[in-house]
Design a protein around this ligand. Structure first.
Ligand code: AMP
Ligand code: ZN
Length: 451
């Protein structure tokens, strides 16, 4: 079976045919490094990682680039609040991001590109758009993209022309806005006092780039003018990716990206998890509760990347218990690694190649581990093979994993402590001890050890 993906551009499932059969070019919009990402953000990176793993599993070599947005409205605003230089401020959060993706078993791209390293490329695309009459300079020296001059504007997000004409009378300087507010957007922002020390002196004048031009410049510089794949969360479809298409295709006159793929939202109480909603959790919160970050990855894989998922701590704890059960089944296979079972492998491959159907692929994993007719050695080999896609860390499992019944008590104790029920918390500690484990309270939450 050929690889199939849902393409936001074609609005349907399509067979994947790469431009160059030997190497897939793949760009993922990365984090804005102005704070700790929340776990909703990590869905975007776990999705991109799963896609990359599936491509490799299907035999493709993948050239994957992810950017770090280290210059935009938010990084400037918050670095000033923190009283730090933009560089010092964004480097700190980039390092924190690297730690987080490691704990989620997300494979790094071949390169993380920092927006501030590509200012020349951004200026040169903007110059080209000015030359072609697709952009214009405003009174203050900023440069805007003229969306009415680009006939395909709206093709990704389905913004209709009539809607566009009605609203496209003005221009917008801020990086983020809603579809109802489609207007000419900033490619280059002339310096103003709010930018403080942050500016570049270029042929466009003193200023800084808009957010959208950053990804056009970084993807083209590293992957060429035409790409196979581009990913992000659904909220990137408009305006970010719509604007990327306009800038890139406007400048090169070539079709920019063949497959646009977007992950759906992580919700909390039916609302999108977002910093602005103050309904978010970070990976630090997960670790503080004594939950393995990989359980979050596992929880996400239980749903298609194209469905919304509602986050609750109970759901995550349930996922952790299920994951530990899988780990235990694997650890019971006290044997050498044998041969990958072809039949199971084909089943698994068909699912993951069908628009990353990880929920069904996980059912195949359970089937393998519970199959009484498969030899332990072949089970082990098959699980390790599947884990190249799932990234659940079977390879590095040690014998001392904490049994699920202990983890259940640890979670109950967490709840008791939250309720300030210290008598119950002490009782639970006793029960945990009687099962041969010890729990210690630290700044990182409860730490569990074998006695
Ligand atoms: P940002 O740093 O705000 O650009 O977001 C980083 C990535 O996270 C983008 O691809 C967003 O689309 C994605 N994202 C933001 N919030 C959520 C959410 N609640 N669920 C899933 N993805 C999200
Ligand atoms: Zn981007």
């Amino acid at each position: 079976m050929a690889l199939k993906f849902y393409n936001t551009l074609g609005k349907k499932i399509e067979d994947f045919v790469p431009i160059n059969k030997d190497e897939v070019s793949f760009y993922s919009c990365g984090p804005t490094v102005y704070n700790y990402p929340h776990i909703g953000n990590y869905r975007a990176y776990i999705f991109a990682d799963t896609l990359k793993r599936v491509l490799s599993y299907s035999g493709y070599k993948v050239k994957h680039i992810m950017n770090l947005t280290d210059i935009d409205d938010k990084t400037i605003r918050d670095s000033q609040i923190a009283g730090k230089s933009l560089k010092e401020f964004t480097e700190f959060y980039a390092e924190e991001f690297f730690k987080d993706i490691k704990s989620l078993n997300i494979l790094p791209p071949i390169k993380f590109t920092k927006a501030t390293d590509y200012i020349n490329e951004m200026v040169s695309i903007t110059e080209k758009l000015l030359e072609k009459g697709l952009a214009y300079k405003s009174e203050d020296g900023s440069v805007y993209f003229n969306i009415k001059k680009f006939k395909d504007y709206g093709k990704l997000s389905g913004l209709v022309l009539a809607e566009q004409k009605e609203n496209a009378s003005g221009r917008i300087k801020s990086d983020e806005y809603e579809k109802e507010n489609a207007q000419d957007f900033a490619l280059w922002k002339a310096w103003d006092s709010q930018d403080g020390e942050v500016f570049w002196e270029t042929s466009l004048g003193k200023g800084r780039p808009g957010w959208h031009i950053e990804c056009s410049a970084m993807s083209i510089a590293n992957l060429g003018e035409q790409l196979d794949l581009h990913t992000g969360g659904v909220d990137n479809i408009f305006p970010h990716h719509e604007n990327e298409i306009a800038q890139s295709e406007g400048a090169t006159s070539k079709h920019f990206v063949n497959y646009w793929m977007h992950n759906e939202w992580v919700l909390v109480d039916t609302k999108k998890m977002a910093k602005s909603e103050k309904n978010f959790y970070t990976l630090r919160d997960v670790i503080e509760k004594g939950i393995d970050p990989i359980a979050y990855r596992f929880w996400l894989l239980m749903a298609s990347y194209r469905t919304k998922v509602n986050f609750t701590w109970e759901a995550l704890e349930g996922a952790e218990i299920a994951l530990k059960r899988l780990y235990n089944l694997y650890l019971e296979l006290d044997t050498e690694v044998g041969q990958v079972n072809q039949e199971y492998q084909q089943k698994f491959k068909n699912f993951v190649e069908n628009d990353l159907d990880t929920p069904r692929a996980l059912v195949v994993l359970w089937d393998v581990l519970k199959d009484k007719n498969l030899s332990p050695a072949n089970k082990k080999a098959t699980v390790l093979d599947f884990d190249k896609v799932l990234g659940l860390g079977f390879e590095n499992l040690k014998e001392d994993i904490i049994p699920e019944e202990v983890m259940k008590l640890v979670h109950e104790r967490e709840q008791a402590r939250k309720n300030k029920d210290y008598t119950k918390s002490d009782e639970l500690r006793g029960e945990i001890n009687s099962l041969g484990y010890e729990v210690k309270d630290s700044t990182l939450g409860q730490q569990v050890y074998k006695i």
